[in-house]
Design a protein around this ligand. Structure first.
Ligand code: ADP
Ligand code: MG
Length: 462
C-alpha cells in the first residue's frame, strides 16, 4: 500500500487540506462547517497526524458520527492509511477539559485484510462501567455485565446476550466489559467486534483462502464481544461460521457476550440451534431509560464535559427526548457546539432550537385545555371565559394567545382548534395567530408574556 507520507511530504496542513477537500464533497455543507472547519492540523510524524479540536466534544462527536467518512476520505485522498490523534487546543478552549483528556488518540481502523492481530482489541476507553448510569431500565444487565467482567467464563452468564433498541447502551456496556477485563487483567485476549466486521473478515478470509487466519483470530480469544448479531440475519454462511466459533469458544470455557436489537427468538432467519445457543446463558434487556435516569445521564455527561447544565434545561431535554440515550446526548453535544461556536448561553431557548433542528420530532403534544388553563391563569381569569362568547378586551387577548399557542403546541388542525374555543371557525384562529405574531414583534410585554407561557407549557408538557 502506498505510503501517504512519501508521496505527499510531511506538511500536516497540506495533508489535512487534502483530506478535508474530500470530506467537503461528501458531507452536508453545514456539518462540514460545524465539525471540520474549526479543526487545524498540528503535526505529522510520518504516521500520525495530530489535529487540534476545539473541545473534547468534537472528538466524541466526530468519532460517533464521522469516523467512517474520515476513514474513507483518508483512504481515497491519500491512497493509504494514517493515524489521527486529536488534541484540545488550550487557547481556543471555551469549555474546560480534564487535563488527562486533553489529548486523545484515535486509530483509524484499517480494513479487514490488514488486520490479523488480536492485539487490536477495538476497545474504546471512553466506555466504562463508571460512566454507564444505572437505572431500572438497565440494572439487571449492568449487574450481570459487571459480575462476568470480574470473572469471565466463570459465571452462569455465558453467553450474556444483551438486547434492546438502538441507542440504549448495548455497545457501551459491551465495551465497558472489555475495558474492565483488560484493565484488571481478568483475561488475556479480549476482542470486541461488530457483526459487520466479523462478516467482512469472514468473507475476506474465504476470498483469499485464508480461513486459517480467520480462525486464528476468532477462535483464540478468551473473551469475544460480538455486537449487533441481528446483522447475521439471512446470512447463512456467516451464521454457520459464527455457530462454529461459538461452539469452539464456549466449549473451551471462554466468555461470550452478544448484543442484538431484538430478543433472540425474534431473530428472523436464524438457525434454531443458534437461537437456542444464544439463550444458554443469560438474556437481558436494556429498556428505554425512565425520566430520572435520563436526567442522571444528562448531568453526568455535562459534568464530564464541565458544562454547567441548568436544571430546567436538563428537565426540558429529558421531557422531550424520551426514546433513547443517543439522542439525549446528541442534543447535549449540539448545544455545546452552538454555545462554543457562537457563544450562546445554555438555556431552554437554545435547547428548543437544537431540538427543532435535530429532528423533525414534534415536541410532546399538549392538549388545548391545558394551554387554556395556563393562559387563563396567567391572565387571572377563569378558563371557560376563553371558550365563551365574551368580547371583553383582556379575554379576547388571552383567547388569541391561547389559540396561537395551540397552533404551536398541538398537532390539531385550525378547524379543530377553533372548535375547542367555543366553536369558532378556522378563520378566527388564523386571525388570532396573525395578531399575536404581530403583537410579539411590536410589544415587548406581549413578547415576554408569550415567551414565558411557552416555557411553562414546554416544562409541563409531560
Ligand atoms: P446501542 O449500542 O444500544 O445502540 P450505545 O451503547 O452506542 O447504544 O449508546 C449510545 C450512547 O448513549 C453512547 O454515547 C453511550 O455512551 C450512551 N449511553 C447509553 N446508555 C447509557 C447509560 N446508561 N449511561 C450513560 N451513557 C449511556
Ligand atoms: Mg451499538
Amino acid at each position: 500500500m502506498a505510503d501517504p507520507a512519501s508521496s505527499l511530504g510531511q506538511d500536516p496542513k497540506h495533508l489535512w487540506q487534502i483530506i478535508t477537500e474530500k470530506l467537503r464533497e461528501e458531507l452536508p455543507h453545514q456539518s462540514f462547517l460545524t465539525w471540520f472547519k474549526p479543526i487545524k492540523a498540528l503535526s505529522f510524524d510520518g504516521r500520525v497526524l495530530t489535529l487540534h479540536i476545539p473541545s473534547r466534544f468534537y472528538y466524541d462527536w466526530i468519532e460517533g458520527h464521522y469516523n467512517g467518512h474520515l476513514k474513507r476520505a483518508i483512504k481515497e485522498s491519500l491512497g493509504g492509511e494514517i493515524e489521527l490523534a486529536y488534541s484540545v487546543d488550550p487557547e481556543r478552549r471555551t469549555v474546560s477539559v480534564d487535563a488527562d483528556a486533553a489529548s486523545i488518540r484515535a486509530r483509524v481502523i484499517p480494513p479487514a485484510q490488514d488486520r490479523d492481530r488480536v492485539s487490536d482489541n477495538y476497545l474504546n476507553p471512553r466506555y466504562r462501567f463508571d460512566n454507564f448510569i444505572e437505572g431500572d431500565c438497565n440494572r439487571f444487565a449492568r449487574a450481570a455485565a459487571m459480575s462476568l467482567a470480574e470473572a469471565p467464563g466463570k459465571t452462569p452468564f455465558n453467553p450474556l446476550m444483551i438486547y434492546g433498541g438502538s441507542g440504549l447502551g448495548k455497545t457501551h456496556l459491551m465495551q465497558a466489559i472489555g475495558n474492565h477485563i483488560v484493565e484488571h487483567g481478568r483475561a488475556r485476549k479480549v476482542l470486541y467486534v461488530t457483526s459487520e466486521q466479523f462478516t467482512a473478515d469472514f468473507i475476506k478470509a474465504i476470498q483469499s483462502s485464508r480461513s486459517d487466519s480467520f480462525s486464528r483470530i476468532y477462535r483464540k480469544v478468551d473473551v469475544l464481544l460480538l455486537d449487533d448479531v441481528q446483522f447475521f440475519m439471512a446470512k447463512d454462511k456467516t451464521q454457520e461460521e459464527f455457530f462454529h466459533t461459538f461452539n469452539s469458544l464456549h466449549h473451551a470455557g471462554k466468555q461470550l457476550v452478544f448484543s442484538s436489537d431484538r430478543p433472540p427468538r425474534e431473530l428472523e432467519g436464524f438457525n434454531a440451534r443458534l437461537v437456542s445457543r444464544l439463550q444458554w446463558g443469560l438474556v437481558s434487556e436494556l429498556r428505554t431509560p425512565e425520566y430520572e435516569t435520563r436526567i442522571a445521564i444528562l448531568k453526568n455527561r455535562a459534568g464530564e464535559a464541565k458544562i454547567d447544565l441548568p436544571d430546567e434545561v436538563a428537565h426540558f431535554l429529558a421531557t422531550h427526548i424520551t426514546d433513547n440515550v443517543r439522542s439525549l446526548q446528541s442534543a447535549l453535544i449540539h448545544m455545546l457546539a452552538q454555545s462554543t461556536l457562537i457563544g450562546r448561553k445554555i438555556s431552554i431557548d437554545l435547547a428548543r432550537d437544537v431540538l427543532k433542528n435535530l429532528s423533525n420530532r414534534p415536541l410532546q403534544a399538549v392538549s388545548v385545555e391545558r394551554i387554556q388553563d395556563m393562559v387563563a391563569k396567567e391572565f387571572g381569569i377563569p378558563s371557560d371565559l376563553l371558550r365563551s362568547k365574551t368580547r371583553k378586551k383582556d379575554v379576547v387577548q388571552a383567547r388569541q394567545i391561547a389559540m396561537f399557542l395551540s397552533t404551536e403546541f398541538t398537532r390539531l388542525t385550525l378547524k379543530a382548534i377553533g372548535l375547542h374555543f367555543g366553536g369558532r371557525d378556522h378563520a378566527t384562529v388564523i386571525h388570532a395567530r396573525e395578531t399575536i405574531n404581530e403583537g410579539v414583534k411590536s410589544s415587548r410585554d406581549m413578547a415576554e408574556a408569550v415567551e414565558s407561557l411557552r416555557h411553562r407549557i414546554e416544562l409541563t408538557a409531560l
